[in-house]
Design a protein around this ligand. Structure first.
Ligand code: ATP
Ligand code: MG
Length: 201
């Protein structure tokens, strides 16, 4: 028994084993390897949208573009990239309500922009609504953070420098990030606005 366990550990070379691999488009042997592949794919989307000022045509903030950005971030790694999740999770709304909720966000977002709402409140509301809907199987946090930054770039505002590495573990930073998102669940957007501001460069 002990030897078996040891051998299994060795084939992973001490690396965290993978859990759910259904939908993986590439052969991956460890969590670290998967993280690196996702990171490379996500970076292509970041470069596309944040290097230059995104035009209205490039980043229209409409329903199908919301799905398209997730696809661009994960299409080299997962076959469900850009597809609405097919199961319910402990986080996020019921799967059957996702398309309607994203279309509602599209409408609300354009209304907020046209209204006199302060831009930092729009930023927090947008970010919160995206993670609250939680449209995809995975990658929702990274997708919501990228869309939030595309919104800032489009509006010529300083980008949020998310400490992506610290957000991946159980760090104090992550605890704080989750706490302010939960406060926004109760329409209290101030703590999320403050977190955004503290990370804007
Ligand atoms: N306990 C929680 N309460 C509220 N929101 C949560 C909680 N746990 C996770 N989330 C939200 O879900 C996201 C994680 O979802 P998912 O795993 O799909 O995204 P990810 O991009 O893979 O992960 P991450 O955001 O950790 O980089 C978090 O970024 C956060 O927005
Ligand atoms: Mg995840």
């Amino acid at each position: 028994m002990g030897r078996l366990k040891q051998r299994r550990f060795d084939t992973n070379q001490g690396k965290t084993p993978l859990d759910d691999t259904s939908g993986l488009l590439v052969e991956v042997h460890s969590r670290e390897q998967l993280n690196a592949l996702e990171f490379a794919n996500v970076n292509k989307a970041i470069t596309k949208y944040l290097l230059r000022h995104p035009t209205e045509k490039m980043a229209p903030f409409h329903y199908s573009w919301f799905l398209q950005t997730h696809r661009e971030m994960f299409r080299e790694v997962w076959n469900w990239a850009g597809q609405i999740r097919k199961s319910n999770k402990t986080i996020g709304i019921d799967k059957s309500q996702i398309p309607e909720a994203l279309k509602m966000l599209e409408k609300d977002y354009h209304y907020w922009i046209a209204s006199k709402m302060a831009m930092d409140e729009i930023t927090a509301r947008l970010h919160h609504r995206l993670v609250w809907i939680h449209p995809f199987e995975n990658g929702n946090g990274r997708w919501a953070r990228l869309i939030t930054n595309i919104h800032l770039r489009k509006n010529e505002l300083p980008l949020i420098q998310w400490p992506e590495k610290s957000l991946m573990d159980t760090s104090v930073v992550r605890q704080k990030y989750l706490k302010v998102l939960r406060e926004a669940d109760h329409q209290n957007f101030r703590p999320l606005m403050d977190l955004h501001r503290s990370l804007q460069k």
